[in-house]
Design a protein around this ligand. Structure first.
Ligand code: X2X
Length: 338
């Protein structure tokens, strides 16, 4: 029986060795990660995520695969739960809007302060400077690793009723808003009647007339064909801009080898910059396409814009304590010095 035992043990060690090799082989093989987005690759937002995935696939030589799940499908359409799901590890990664994450990261309400950022230079001065670093620290302190910025864009106001060039024109209009309760305050301050709902519910609500209006970047208005659901009037008021943030669940990040972290981060930076430039370049043609479809576009004079600024000043006072005095100050300094 001795020879049998020894042959059993050598069989066992062969099995163990085989399993070890198999594990090593599996580790060297592709690992797949989920990436959540609200908008698909018909939009710059979804294209940013696909670009990230392509760069990571290529630069990791297939070791890391990012699979993009658009339309908030990983959170059953509830985009305001995306950050929590990523923090809990139900989602590995996301390219998400500051608006949708602000319920969990109050500092992100910074970008939704009405008329804080008059132009793209102001956006870049904030995201690329001290204020941007503070925002990333706030995200990290809540269990998610932020890697890079992208951009959904300046949000413009549309409605089905009439041209809007003053706060009075908004009186009593039902406006669909999303994410943060800050938007309730902004539209209430303007005399409108805001209703919070997800993107998935927005188009049906516009179609039935349950709401009169909405606000979104030109790219979203254009690609989603918001003109087809009765939104005949568009006001270019640029009242806020929601940056996108590329981010990773903390455990996923910590388990990655240093080399793969670098690949992931650099690919996010490159994809973000690519998307920001592309979507800004497309702005004029999008506006032309929207006008061509018969949408009446109102631009605001400096004086008209100022009336909106004044009507929403209370929102700054109300929200600065929750965002953080220091952060709001850093952002204001960045805008002033741009
Ligand atoms: O829901 C919206 O309005 C959208 C698509 O712009 C965001 O996710 C913030």
């Amino acid at each position: 029986s001795l020879p049998a035992a020894s042959s059993l043990s050598s069989t066992l060690s062969a099995v163990v060795l085989g399993a070890g090799l198999l594990c090593a082989a599996l580790n060297a093989q592709a690992r797949e990660y989920s990436v959540s987005t609200v908008l698909s690759d018909a939009f710059p937002w979804g294209q940013a995520a696909e670009k990230w995935a392509d760069l990571v696939e290529e630069r990791s030589e297939g070791r890391m695969t990012l699979r993009v799940y658009p339309n908030s499908q990983l959170v059953n359409g509830d985009q305001t739960r995306e950050f929590s799901a990523m923090r809990q590890g139900l989602i590995d990664m996301a390219v998400g809007s500051t608006i949708n994450w602000s319920p969990q990261v109050p500092e992100l309400n910074l970008f939704s302060l009405p008329f804080l950022m008059p132009d793209t230079e102001a956006v870049d001065a904030i995201t690329g400077g001290e204020a941007g670093d503070m925002v990333f620290e706030a995200i990290e302190s809540r269990g998610v690793i932020p890697l890079a910025w992208g951009e959904n864009g300046f949000r413009e106001l549309s409605n089905s009723r009439q041209p809007i060039t003053s706060p009075e024109d908004l009186d009593g209009l039902k406006i669909r808003v999303v994410g943060s309760p800050l938007f309730q305050d902004t539209f209430t301050a303007l005399g409108a009647n805001p209703t919070q709902m997800s993107w998935a519910d927005a188009k049906p609500a516009l179609t039935t007339g349950a709401v009169d209006g909405q606000e979104n970047p030109l790219s979203v208005f254009d690609v989603a064909r918001i003109d087809q659901v009765g939104q005949k009037y568009l006001t270019l008021w640029h009242y806020m801009n929601d940056p996108l943030i590329f981010a990773v669940n903390r455990q996923v990040w910590e388990q990655l080898p240093e080399e793969d972290r670098e690949i992931l981060r650099q690919a996010a930076l490159d994809a973000g910059q690519w998307e920001i430039e592309m979507s800004r370049e497309q702005k004029d043609e999008r506006l032309a396409a929207i006008k061509e479809r018969g949408v009446e576009v109102s631009e605001l004079s400096a004086e008209q814009r100022q009336a909106f600024v004044e009507a929403t000043r209370s929102v700054h006072e109300q929200w600065t304590p929750q965002i953080g005095e220091e952060l709001v100050e850093a952002a204001r300094r960045a805008v002033d010095k741009r």
